[in-house]
Write a protein that binds this ligand. Sequence first.
Ligand SMILES: Nc1ncnc2c1ncn2[C@@H]1O[C@H](COP(=O)(O)OP(=O)(O)OP(=O)(O)O)[C@@H](O)[C@H]1O
Length: 314
Amino acid sequence: MASTLLQASNLCKSFGARRAVDGVSLRVLAGQTVGLLGPNGAGKSTTVGMLCGLVRPDAGEVMLDGEAVTPDAMRAKRKIGLVPQDLALYEDLSAHENLRLFGALYDLKGGALAARVQEVLALVNLADRAREKVSTFSGGMKRRLNIAAAMLHDPALLILDEPTVGVDPQSRNAIFETLEQLKREGRSLIYTSHYMEEVERLADHIVIVDHGKVIADESPAGLHQLLPAQAALRFELATPLQPLHLELLRAEAGVASVAAGDGNRYEIGLTDSGAAVALLAWLEQNGYRLVHFATARASLEDIFLNLTGRSLRD
Ligand SMILES: Nc1ncnc2c1ncn2[C@@H]1O[C@H](COP(=O)(O)OP(=O)(O)OP(=O)(O)O)[C@@H](O)[C@H]1O
């Protein structure tokens, strides 16, 4: 089993009377990508601030590689690269000049700095635009430059706070390709988002926060196990289901629930997505003609709804 890189224990932070973070613990193993998922205002940015030693917690601690991360712990903080939500770039300088400046802040110099700047530009696919002013860049290109800046000092852990906010779909994909490359290289990442599909695509482990508290801390497969139904089978029939058949369907293997909608449309919650084929055959055997059907795997959106009774996008 991989070793623990970061362990945050019982982090708490209040702003006045508001408890922004209320006892958050999380762990990142070496080489793992942990998704921190939660709606706006759940406490993700405040948690990230404490994880990288920018915000002093009221209680709790963060250990990275055996060292405490606090606002004064320069050595421990240097093992972290942060891509903040607010872009931190000089618009009037080129990408190359920005990176040289940030590198100097990390005490990189001379040939080592020049080589590292080229490496991170290649990583985020901006080598051919390196000499252009940042003010001419799209939102997505600026984000990628921010990722490059956070990687300059070769951190053990890269933390990205909602890196796709305000980014067009094409650039979003380019950001994902960069992050997938970092994963292949065995880097450790924390990725915060309120977009469940992003977290589902990237994360090996998912921590869901709501109102400053962890409400789930699971592998993606483990999260799906929390749901009564793993998948949905939606179908439309030429004629309505007879009440008797509706009852019989509810008793079939693999069926968690059956809901009837308008116009002979139905949705079956499946405990096992493999049951869909047998259920479609069952309908035909009982004389029903299928007009349309589709299956869908339960999403993190369903999981959030199931855990909190609210939509993730509230
Ligand atoms: N510096 C601050 N002063 C006062 N309140 C704050 C401060 N920072 C955060 N908060 C409050 O703490 C709560 C958590 O905010 P936080 O930014 O950590 O959430 P988030 O999950 O990152 O949300 P978002 O996705 O909108 O950034 C919110 O109610 C927010 O208004």
